[in-house]
Design a protein around this ligand. Structure first.
Ligand code: PRX
Length: 631
C-alpha cells in the first residue's frame, strides 16, 4: 500500500518527512509497485547539467503495474468507461482484463511491424479507448510514444514527427468533435509528405469515412490485431528509460519535446492521483482533458490506471449536443471525481443555470481544476452549482515538464481558498525568488516560482537537445528548476499562481509560445513582421493579440486579417488563431531594435497611457498610431 494521506496533520507529517528524508519517503511510496529488479539508490541529481535519476538501476515495466498486477485482485473491475461524442452511440466499458488483452494484442501487432525498445511512435488519435491502448502498448514493448493533439495541423504534426523521427504513426480515419467530423487521416497523409522517417501508419476505423490507404505503408487497426495473442511479454525497462515525449511550447523557437522516464513518472503520478483526488476503489473518476496534453497522460491514463481506478474518457465537447452534456455524463455514470479546466467552467457559466435543470450531480465528491489560474467568480460558480457547495475543489498547479501535480489541496483535507493552489504536495520544495534569484523568505511575498529539489516525475531532458533543457529551465536561477510562473505566497503560506512571466500565453488552458505564433503569421507572403501578446479574455483566460506589419497594396485590412488567421490555422491549428489582428505601420522598438512588448501588452489590455520608461523608444509616433487603431 502506498501512502494515503487522510488528515491535515497526516499531510503535514508526510510533508515534513518528504523534505527531511526524501529518500526514505519515496522508497516507501515506490515499494508498493512491482519492480523486476529493486533500485540501488533512490535519487541521484544535480541541477547544473542537469542530471536527475530516480530509483537508479531499478527495472520494471509500467504496464505490468497497470495491467498484470491488477489481474490478480480485480480483473473484472471497469478500467475505462468511454462516452462517445454522440450521446446516442453506445457507451463502451473495458475491464482490467479486457484492457490487458487488448493492449497485449496491439503490442504484438506493433512488434510485428518491427518496432523495438526505444523506437518512437506518434499517436494522433481521437479520444477513444484505443488511444489509451496505443499508449500502453508502446510502453509494453518499450517504444516511446509521442502524442500530438489531433487538433494540430499537418505542418505542426510533421514538425513533431520529424523532431523525434517516429517510425510509426497511429491515427483514425476521422474524428468526431461536436457536430463536426474531422478527416484526421488526411492530415496525417499531408504531413507524411514531409516526414521520411515514418514506415507504417496504423488506422483505426472510427467513423467509417473514406480514406486513402497507401499500399505497404498504411494498415487498418482491426487487421493488424487480427489473430494476435492476448499475451505479450513486457519489455524490461530501466527506471530511467524513456516512457514518452510530449511537445510543448516555450518562449522561443519551435515546441520542445519534454522527455519523461519510466520509474519516477510511474511512482509520482500514481501517488498524486490517489492522494489529491482522494480516490477510493470503486469510485468513478473523470478528467475532461484530451490525451494529447499532459493532463490526459498523467490523470486520464497513467495515474488512474496505476491505481486500479475506473477512469472515464469522453470523446466530445462540453456543449454538444447542449451545454448540459457534462452533467448528463456525470449522472449517467455516477461520476465521483470530476477534473476540468477553468476555460470550460467559464464557457459553461455563460449558458446560465438552465443546463442544470433535471440534473442530479449528487454522486460528485471532489472537483478539480487545472491548466490556468481559476478566477474567483468561476471558482464560486463551480463550487456552488456543480459541487452544490459540498465538494472540495482541488486547484492543481503543474506543467508538462513537472509530469504530475505539484501544488494542490488534498481533497477534503487541505482547507481551500478560491483561486489558490494552496500548498505543495509531499516531496515538492517550492521557492520564490526575485528577478535576481534572491530567495524571498517568509509569507506575504510575490516573485518567480522555482523548485529547489528534484521530484520523481520531473522532465529529464528535451528530446535531442539537452542544452536547450538546461538553458530553459536550469540557467535562469542557479541550482533551481524555473517554472516560468509568477506566484504569490500569502499570509497563511498559501500559494497563488499569477500566470506566466515569460513569452508563453495560455489560451483556453493551451500553452502557446508567442514566437511560435509570430513565425506562423510571418509565413503569410505579405507579412513583413509581427508581434504577438496575450490579453485578458473572459472565457479563454487569455486571448491572442497580433500586431502585424504587412504590404497592403492589394488587400483591405479586413481581408488580410482573415488571411493571417487562416495562415496560423494551417501552420499550427485552430487553437492558435489570433483573436485580434491589428495591421500597423511599425512596431515600438528600442534603438537597438528590440520590440518593447510591454507596451504592446498594455495596449492589448486596453491601457493607453502609463507605459513606464519609454526613453529608449526609437519612434514614439508608432505607439500613438497603435493606440489610435486599437482593436
Ligand atoms: O502557467 C501555468 C499554467 O499552465 C502552465 C503549464 O501548462 P502545460 O504545460 O500545458 O500544463 C497544463 C496542465 C498541467 C503553467 O506554467 N497552469 C497550470 N495549472 C495551473 C496553472 N496556472 C494556475 N493555476 C493552475 N492550477
Amino acid at each position: 500500500m502506498s501512502i494515503k494521506i487522510q488528515t491535515l496533520s497526516g499531510y503535514m507529517h508526510e510533508y515534513q518527512k518528504s523534505v527531511l528524508q526524501p529518500e526514505a519517503f519515496w522508497s516507501r511510496v515506490a515499494e508498493s509497485f512491482h519492480w523486476k529488479k529493486h533500485w540501488d539508490e533512490v535519487v541521484q541529481w544535480n541541477f547544473e547539467e542537469p542530471k536527475v535519476e530516480w530509483f537508479v538501476n531499478g527495472k520494471l515495466n509500467i504496464t505490468e503495474n497497470i495491467l498484470d498486477r491488477h489481474l490478480y485482485t480485480h480483473a473484472n473491475r471497469t478500467a475505462i468507461i468511454w462516452e462517445p461524442n454522440d450521446p446516442n452511440e453506445k457507451t463502451r466499458k473495458l475491464t482490467y482484463k479486457e484492457l490487458y488483452e487488448q493492449v497485449n494484442r496491439f503490442s504484438n501487432a506493433l512488434r510485428q511491424k518491427g518496432l523495438k525498445k526505444g523506437d518512437r511512435v506518434v499517436i494522433y488519435m481521437p479520444m477513444v479507448p484505443e488511444a489509451a491502448i496505443a499508449m500502453l502498448a508502446c510502453a509494453r514493448i518499450g517504444a516511446v510514444h509521442s502524442i500530438v493533439f489531433a487538433g494540430f495541423s499537418s505542418t505542426a504534426l510533421a514538425d513533431r514527427i520529424n523532431d523525434c523521427e517516429a517510425k510509426v504513426v497511429l491515427t483514425s480515419d476521422e474524428n468526431y468533435r461536436g457536430s463536426k467530423t474531422i478527416p484526421i487521416k488526411a492530415v496525417v497523409d499531408e504531413s507524411l509528405e514531409k516526414s521520411p522517417s515514418v514506415e507504417s501508419v496504423i488506422v483505426l476505423k472510427r467513423t467509417g469515412g473514406k480514406v486513402d490507404m497507401k499500399e505497404g505503408r498504411d494498415y487498418w487497426w482491426h487487421d493488424v490485431v487480427e489473430g494476435q495473442s492476448t499475451e505479450c511479454p513486457a519489455e524490461e525497462m530501466d527506471s530511467e528509460d524513456m516512457l514518452f515525449i510530449l511537445y510543448t511550447s516555450g518562449s522561443t523557437g519551435k515546441p520542445k519535446g519534454v522527455v519523461h522516464t519510466t520509474g519516477g513518472y510511474m511512482v509520482y503520478t500514481q501517488f498524486t492521483f490517489e492522494n489529491v483526488f482522494q480516490y477510493s476503489a470503486g469510485d468513478v473518476y473523470w478528467c475532461t482533458a484530451d490525451v494529447g496534453w499532459i493532463t490526459g497522460h498523467s490523470y486520464i491514463v497513467y495515474g488512474p490506471l496505476l491505481s486500479g481506478a475506473t477512469t472515464l474518457m469522453f470523446e466530445g465537447v462540453p456543449t454538444y449536443p447542449d451545454a448540459g452534456r457534462f452533467w448528463d455524463i456525470v449522472d449517467k455514470h455516477k461520476v465521483n471525481q470530476f477534473y476540468t479546466a477553468p476555460t470550460a467552467i467559464r464557457a459553461l457559466e455563460a449558458y446560465g443555470l438552465k443546463p442544470f435543470e433535471g440534473k442530479d450531480l449528487s454522486s460528485l465528491k471532489v472537483l478539480g481544476s487545472v491548466g490556468e489560474p481559476i478566477n474567483e467568480e468561476a471558482w464560486h460558480w463551480y463550487h456552488d452549482h456543480v459541487g452544490k457547495g459540498r465538494c472540495p475543489i482541488v486547484d492543481t498547479w503543474w506543467q508538462t515538464e513537472t509530469g504530475g501535480i505539484m501544488l494542490s489541496p488534498i481533497a477534503g483535507i487541505t482547507p481551500t481558498k478560491p483561486s489558490y493552489a494552496t500548498l505543495p504536495l509531499p516531496g515538492i520544495q517550492p521557492i520564490i525568488v526575485d528577478e535576481k534569484g534572491k530567495e524571498l523568505k517568509g509569507n506575504s511575498v510575490e516573485g518567480n516560482l522555482c523548485i529547489k529539489f528534484p521530484w520523481p516525475s520531473m522532465l529529464r531532458t528535451t528530446y535531442g537537445d539537452h542544452e536547450r533543457c538546461r538553458q530553459t529551465y536550469f540557467s535562469t536561477y542557479k541550482g533551481m528548476y524555473f517554472t516560468g510562473d509568477g506566484v504569490k505566497r500569502d499570509e497563511d503560506g498559501y500559494y497563488r499562481i499569477l500566470g506566466r512571466v515569460d513569452d508563453v500565453i495560455n489560451v483556453s488552458g493551451h500553452r502557446m509560445g508567442t514566437a511560435e505564433v509570430e513565425n506562423a503569421i510571418n509565413e503569410h507572403p505579405l507579412v513583413v513582421e509581427s508581434a504577438v501578446v496575450g490579453y485578458p479574455h473572459d472565457i479563454k483566460g487569455q486571448g491572442i493579440y497580433a500586431y502585424v506589419i504587412a504590404d497592403m497594396t492589394n488587400r483591405t485590412a479586413a481581408n488580410l486579417e482573415n488571411e493571417i488567421r487562416e495562415t496560423v490555422n494551417k501552420i499550427i491549428g485552430p487553437i492558435a488563431k489570433p483573436d485580434k489582428v491589428q495591421i500597423v505601420s511599425g512596431l515600438p522598438k528600442t534603438r537597438s531594435g528590440k520590440i518593447m512588448r510591454r507596451i504592446l501588452r498594455k495596449v492589448a489590455e486596453g491601457q493607453t497611457d502609463n507605459f513606464g520608461d519609454t526613453s529608449t523608444l526609437l519612434d514614439p509616433s508608432v505607439v500613438e498610431e497603435i493606440i489610435k487603431n486599437r482593436k
